[in-house]
Design a protein around this ligand. Structure first.
Ligand code: GUN
Ligand code: FE
Length: 450
């Protein structure tokens, strides 16, 4: 039980923000927020004195801002050592030449234990309190990632990847048989749920058909049945590139969203990475099922050869958060992804030109705002993982971070007399680095403390 006293930002309304200059946030022993008070509340000062007298008050300085923890909806954990390599290649070649040989190495538990602790640590240090992970096809190595999240106190959603389509997977990185893979996947689900120390379900299993090309229809069918049986999360890549989209059309005569729906894989706990080439019918399927989209703006710039319809997706009210897609984008920070999401939408947008007819240069009105991108990184991500995170409100989990704009190596430079609250928030969203993040809590546990 403790309370934090200081200023905070959050975004209860998409595209808008709320700032409190002096607030007291009380957190109970389960890591849940029990109250959020400001100086306007009658017993504010009594409560401050109470927590202070018990040594349970964490008081922020005037350069420190309490903010909700960031949610990364799409991380390829084994690709951490691949970050920054080969991004000039098209997706198919990148996967075959770099990704699959690297992921195959996670059959080795020593290699696994060399990589995953550093990755989880790096994400937490960058403020990612919830991460939705693709691991590899190996059950034990994937369970180890879940164990590592628990150990370091990160809210983790971990998937053992499924790949069994021989024409698309290299012989050195493919599951032995579809039936065995499904059995192992079910075991994986049970093992993660039952992990020692996971009584509060801080980590959850995720069913993870990699994408349509890597899976047989028997695999997709079997995973759909597991999704119904365990009501667990599902993640996959959806309409990510011309190549992947065309593959689905050739094999099934359907879009990815239609294929996943028909195999029972579209639920309100499904996260669709990318989702670039959505049809109006796909929008309807996603809305109806309550599935979510993980927008991965930088990865899209490398691999999609097309722009994300982020404006339309937000306006249509589809559930949408942000993903780093490490290593399809190299930077393990959702603050950075916020900036990428804005830039992505701006490059897509129309320019006015005296030399070109109207509407030949881009999509007018396609931009999204910094506040919208930050909303996706916090509230939108929380909705997608079906967790009460992303806001400072009673009943929400206390997943939070403290940004200190006055650390000696800060890129953020704030002048109180010149910067409005909105200016400050936009500076933090665009310029924040891991050195600015001095505290991180997940479910009330202090997991980074500098
Ligand atoms: N599509 C299928 N697998 C992958 C992957 O590992 N990364 C990305 N960016 N796209 C994929
Ligand atoms: Fe991906």
């Amino acid at each position: 039980k403790f309370a934090v006293l200081g200023q905070y930002f959050h975004c209860p309304i998409k595209g808008d923000f709320e700032y409190a200059q002096q607030a007291l946030i009380q957190v109970d022993n389960n890591g849940t927020i029990v109250s959020v008070m400001t100086e306007a509340d009658a017993d504010f000062h009594t409560q401050v004195s109470f927590f202070s007298s018990k040594n349970q008050l964490i008081e922020l300085s005037s350069s420190q801002y309490l903010m909700p923890g960031m949610v990364d909806l799409h991380v390829h954990a084994p690709q951490f050592p691949q970050a920054g390599k080969g991004l000039d290649l098209p997706l198919y070649d990148w996967l075959q030449d770099y990704t699959f040989p690297l992921e195959a190495k996670f059959a080795d538990m020593d290699f696994t234990k060399q990589i995953y602790p550093s990755l989880v640590k790096s994400l937490l240090a960058n403020g990612t309190t919830s991460a939705v992970y693709f691991a590899t096809i190996h059950k034990d190595s994937s369970v180890e990632l879940a164990r590592e999240c628990l150990k370091q106190g990160q809210r983790g959603f971990v998937g053992k990847v499924n790949m069994d389509e021989a024409s698309q997977c290299p012989p050195f990185y493919i599951e032995h048989s579809t039936a065995d893979a499904l059995k192992e996947t079910e075991q994986f689900v049970q093992e993660v749920i039952g992990l020692e120390g996971n009584e509060q379900q801080l980590v959850s299993p995720v069913l993870t058909p990699r994408f349509v090309p890597s899976c047989t229809s028997e695999m997709l069918q079997g995973l759909g049945e597991l999704a119904q049986k365990y009501q667990c999360h599902v993640q996959t890549h959806c309409s990510e590139s011309d190549w992947a989209r065309d593959y689905s059309q050739q094999m099934y005569g359907k879009t990815d969203a239609e294929i996943y729906r028909d195999f029972g894989l579209m639920t309100n706990r499904t996260i669709l990475a990318h989702s670039i080439f959505l049809t109006p019918a796909d929008h309807a399927i996603i809305k109806e099922t309550g599935a979510s989209i993980a927008h991965c703006p930088l990865s899209n710039m490398y691999f999609a050869n097309a722009a994300m319809q982020s404006r339309e997706i937000l306006d249509n009210g589809l559930k949408c958060g942000l993903g780093s897609d490490l290593a399809g984008a190299p930077i393990p920070s959702i603050f950075h992804t916020c900036l990428d999401a804005v830039n992505h939408s701006r490059v897509r947008e129309d320019g006015t030109s005296t030399y070109l007819p109207a509407d030949t240069r881009g999509e007018s009105g396609s931009r999204i705002s910094f506040l919208e991108s930050y909303w996706m990184a916090t509230v939108g991500g929380g909705q997608a993982i079906d967790a009460k995170v992303g806001l400072f409100q009673p009943g929400f989990e206390f997943d939070a971070l403290v940004v200190d704009t006055a650390v000696s190596d800060s890129n953020i430079f704030i002048i109180d007399e010149m910067d409005s609250a909105k200016d400050k928030l936009e500076k933090i969203i665009t310029l924040n680095n891991r050195q600015n993040i001095c505290k991180v809590w997940v479910k009330g546990q202090l997991v980074i403390n500098k």
